[in-house]
Design a protein around this ligand. Structure first.
Ligand code: IPE
Ligand code: IPE
Ligand code: MG
Length: 242
């Protein structure tokens, strides 16, 4: 692995962590073994993000659609979230990582919500890296809840309607669940699938997309670094002529 510094590092890298089930199946094991091993990949990516100066790392951990999986798998995944947060928080905090969870929290259980709140409060003032876990998240849900918030604000303050609407699409950002977080520069999806699966539909409008064949439980620092190198070679034009 090259040790040269990667140039043109994205501010915000986002990962669609996919392929855990297939990784386990290849080894003749239950799907959940892939989820357990996937925690190791998360650890590696957090370390690689810090080492390479990425400021925001976000991870799609569980979609709104994933609630439709067998109950046993959902329960194991939720238990794994609580355990991983409890196990990792000391290290994350001492390494200056600010921890956040974004998604439809109303669907999460009380004990998971309590753990999330504790971890978010504890690490709120850390500045080295912001780690965002998208949990019970979907892009359509996010846009819908943002539109609902905006409609409610206008209903409460009809005199501000013109001001709110004239802020346009940039003004809409503040109603999204990701308010204050820069849009992802790079979205990487593992496991060879080439789709967004209802992820950051608004925020990903101009993200660079990278689809890699590696299954998530195999994804390690060298893969993260290779993704940064690929990103560095991309030419972002934003509709302009260069
Ligand atoms: C990603 O791996 C983890 C979650 C979506 C929770 P999968 O569980 O989707 O693994 P595959 O795609 O079935 O291999
Ligand atoms: C997308 O993976 C969601 C997460 C990685 C959390 P899925 O495995 O659920 O997506 P589909 O079903 O293949 O589109
Ligand atoms: Mg999958």
């Amino acid at each position: 692995m090259s040790t040269d510094k990667v140039t043109n590092v994205p501010v915000h890298v986002s990962m669609i962590m996919d392929g855990n089930g297939r990784w386990a199946k290849e080894r003749g094991k239950e799907r959940v073994f892939g989820h357990f091993e996937g925690v190791e990949s998360v650890r590696a990516c957090v370390e690689a993000a810090v080492e390479n100066g990425v400021k925001y790392l976000s991870l799609y951990a569980f979609s709104e659609e994933n609630w439709n999986r067998p109950q046993a798998e959902v329960e194991t995944l939720m238990g794994l979230m609580v355990k991983a947060m409890a196990d990792e928080m000391d290290k994350l905090d001492s390494n200056g990582v600010r921890f956040m969870v974004i998604g439809n929290r109303a669907r999460l259980g009380d004990s998971l919500n309590r753990t999330i709140d504790e971890c978010m409060e504890r690490t709120a003032s850390n500045t080295t890296l912001t780690l965002v876990i998208f949990l019970s998240y979907s892009g359509k849900w996010d846009i819908f809840q943002a539109a609902s918030k905006m409609a409610e604000e206008i209903a409460l303050h009809p005199e501000r309607k013109d001001e709110i609407l004239s802020a346009g699409v940039d003004g809409f950002d503040r109603y999204l669940s990701t308010a204050g977080i820069p849009d992802p520069d790079l979205i990487v999806r593992t496991s060879g699938e080439s789709r967004m699966s209802n992820y950051l539909l608004w925020q990903g409008a101009y993200s660079e997309l990278l689809f890699v064949d590696t299954l998530w439980p195999d994804f390690r620092k060298e893969h993260f670094r290779a993704a940064l190198e690929t990103f560095a070679k991309r030419d972002r034009r934003y509709g302009k002529v260069k």
